[in-house]
Design a protein around this ligand. Sequence first.
Ligand code: GDP
Ligand code: IMO
Ligand code: MG
Length: 424
Amino acid sequence: MFIDVLLGLQWGDEGKGKIVDYLADKYDIICRFQGGPNAGHTIVINGKKHVLHTIPSGVFRPGVINVIGNGVVIDPIVMARELSTLKANGIDTSSIKVARKAHLILPSHRFLDAGSEASKGKAKIGSTLRGIGPTYMDKTGRNGLRIGDLERPNFNAKYTALKEKHLSLAKIYPDVDFDIETEEAKFFECLAAVKELEFIDNSYYVNQALNEGKRILAEGAQGSMLDIDYGTYPYVTSSSTITAGVCVGLGVAPQKIGKVYGISKSYCTRVGSGPFPTELDNDLGEELRQIGAEFGATTGRPRRTGWIDLPQLKYTIMLNGVNHLCITKMDCLNTFKNIELATTYKINGKETQNLPYDLGEDIEPQYTSMKGWNQDINSIRDFDEMPKEVKDYIAFLEEYLGVPVDMLSTGPGREELIIKGTVA
Ligand code: GDP
Ligand code: IMO
Ligand code: MG
């Protein structure tokens, strides 16, 4: 068996959670492979909204096992809150398994994140301040603490040594207020909830499950343009958000990768700083923000909005080997007379479909304008019944991107989805 992958092709918040929740019904196991509680995945079931940060979006499907892989970074405080909210809503959390090799976010990692961002001033990344960067720095710097350390007698000593190191480093940020004692007390209290979960060696677990014929889906967090290597560095997150990240983040070999579902909005958003060539920093952008309710699921920050960027999508489809596309938030374009799609970039007078080294350089996106459908498409469930303009828009995307659009999302609800091609 192969492990299928679902991930975001833009700057995050493409609607991954909703689509994973839909697909989870067809899988035995859903695995997060990277990122941490910087993610906010929204799932709307029977009108009730759930937001997940660390727990895979398969948790709402009874019988599905949910694995948090070694590539993920875990904040016990966020995890404990997530678990108790789910339980309060009657959701069974007993299927959740956590990799022993996943790294822990300490309160002092968040302190360093806050300090680093404050010291950057205008050049700040716009981090979610969840301690992600400093935790991955400790991972690659070979200083980090892992879930498996919780089972060892010297955990407290290791914790204290790392915290003390962080506190000395934090002295370079004298203006940042952080109540380490209160946060530390919360951290230790919340470890109890984490320790109740089953700890696994996810490489053996996932490979054995594949050998037994289990169907597995890897759920991406963030988006490919936030990838540490291939995103808009330095305005990125600190993990490998692309398909290659599945191999290291779960311990599976490249030849085990199966289908790759790429998720894109029908337009584009970005939260936090960094280049965004098709950004609409104007009334139209505000209109898109209001219609799409574009406010961060983790931080509540307004998301920046703009038109869909096809050179950008072509790039991330290439990076990920996407063979199934899902376009979300189709309904959010219902009222636009014309829909713009960036098809090339003009850089120094020359047109190209390739992304330059720095997306922050002077890029003039060149647009194709298509007629909008100007009607409510939310309740349509059959692609054949879609207005001609929707069909034209999708055909244009497929032609340009060279990948079939197999799913179209027409609202936040679980059932607001059209399956056009073959999925799962
Ligand atoms: P994720 O991080 O990729 O899982 O996406 P988020 O949950 O952060 O953001 C997507 C937002 O769009 C959430 O509020 C979803 O409920 C909502 N959403 C997802 N698909 C659709 C759609 O097709 N139409 C509309 N209107 N909202 C959607
Ligand atoms: P989901 O999984 C959108 C952005 C932050 C910031 C940059 C670095 O919900 O799509 P970090 O906290 O990692 O130091 O932030 O990345 N970012 C996201 N933007 N969706 C996310 O996750 C994001 N996770 C991080 O806004 O610009
Ligand atoms: Mg999100």
